[in-house]
Ligand binder design. Structure first.
Ligand code: OGA
Ligand code: MN
Length: 306
């Protein structure tokens, strides 16, 4: 019996089931189902899988079945090392090493607050992130959504002149920049290790030929453009791309796993009272396999991070 995709939004995002029941991804090993799921991903950009009781090891194993190589440099070593003990496990939580919620002034917390800006994962690295698999461990009683924006639809809705203007442009992405826009400060030494990566402004899905806008709060300049002009274009594109008609907000339920394509979507965490409520999700991100070294994305920083 084949997989069913129930759309959650007029443009993108779908919830996945089989035979009217949740599909247990821990048991999905066959090529046929994985191909169906990837085809669904090419269409919807964000897939929601309810009732997935993943352990960290099972999540790592499934991510590899989904798309091969894992991204093992998700964050930066300017804040605490991951509690999770494996550089391919991203800690999307508000917890410290003792499993307690972080204090308001905790530097790691302040750094992580930038996840509430629109972004796409690891665009400040080359290769960037391709698919992110975010799985619940502890969901707070208060609502703490993750919001997604459809970058296929955002690209399609640009006027022809803008499409032509941006088609061959490249932007520089840096994780330091997205944090600095919130007033977070780094030492010179830290900045030295955070030089970022150059990425095309428009990406093409190699399987479908569909184009998407590839921007993020990490994008801070356009190669060969004067900086103020570049920042204005990036701001305009960001405003355009995050209009309500392109956005879906996911309200987490216990057991949810959400998988998204970082080339065709942006996302952001929504504000919640993180000082008083534990929230723990684990993220695994795969590598952008379409990246050809030296072609569209340049490595500017390959320092040992995470
Ligand atoms: C992430 C992320 C947002 C959230 O895990 O990559 O951006 O809602 N999360 O926590
Ligand atoms: Mn993210």
């Amino acid at each position: 019996m084949s997989v069913t995709f129930r759309p959650l939004h007029p443009l993108f995002c779908a919830e996945v089931s089989r035979d009217g029941k949740p599909l247990d991804l821990r048991q999905v090993h066959d090529r046929e189902t994985l191909t169906e799921l990837r085809d669904g991903m090419d269409k919807y950009g964000v897939l929601v899988f309810p009732q997935q009781p993943f352990t960290n090891a099972e999540q790592l194993a499934f991510a590899q079945r989904w798309d091969g190589a894992l991204h093992a440099k998700l964050g930066s070593n300017v804040v605490d090392k991951s509690r999770l003990g494996n550089p391919a496990l991203g800690d999307t939580s508000n917890l410290n090493a003792d499993g307690k919620v972080r204090d308001r002034e905790d530097r790691h917390r302040l750094y992580s607050l930038a996840n509430r800006l629109w972004h796409t994962d690891a665009s400040f690295r080359a290769p960037a992130g391709r698919y992110s698999l975010l799985s619940t461990r502890v969901i707070p009683k208060v609502r703490a959504d993750t919001e997604f924006a459809d970058m296929y639809a955002a690209y399609d809705a640009l006027d022809a002149a803008t499409k032509k203007q941006i088609d061959k442009l490249q932007a520089h992405h840096s994780i330091a920049y997205s944090r600095q826009t919130l007033g977070f400060t780094f030492s010179e030494k830290e900045l030295d290790n955070l030089r970022g990566a150059v990425q095309p402004l428009v990406r093409t899905n190699p399987r479908t030929g569909r184009k998407s806008l590839y921007i993020a709060s990490h994008a801070n300049s356009i190669i060969d453009w004067p900086l103020p002009e570049a920042r204005l274009l990036l701001l305009d594109l960001m405003t355009h791309a995050t209009q309500p008609q392109f956005c879906y907000s996911h309200e987490w339920r216990d057991g949810d796993m959400v998988v998204w394509d970082n080339l065709s979507t942006m996302h952001r965490g929504r504000p919640y009272d993180d000082i008083n409520h534990k929230r723990e999700l684990v993220r695994v991100t795969t590598l952008d396999a379409d990246h050809v070294p030296g072609s569209e994305a340049k490595v500017l920083d390959d320092a040992a991070l995470v």
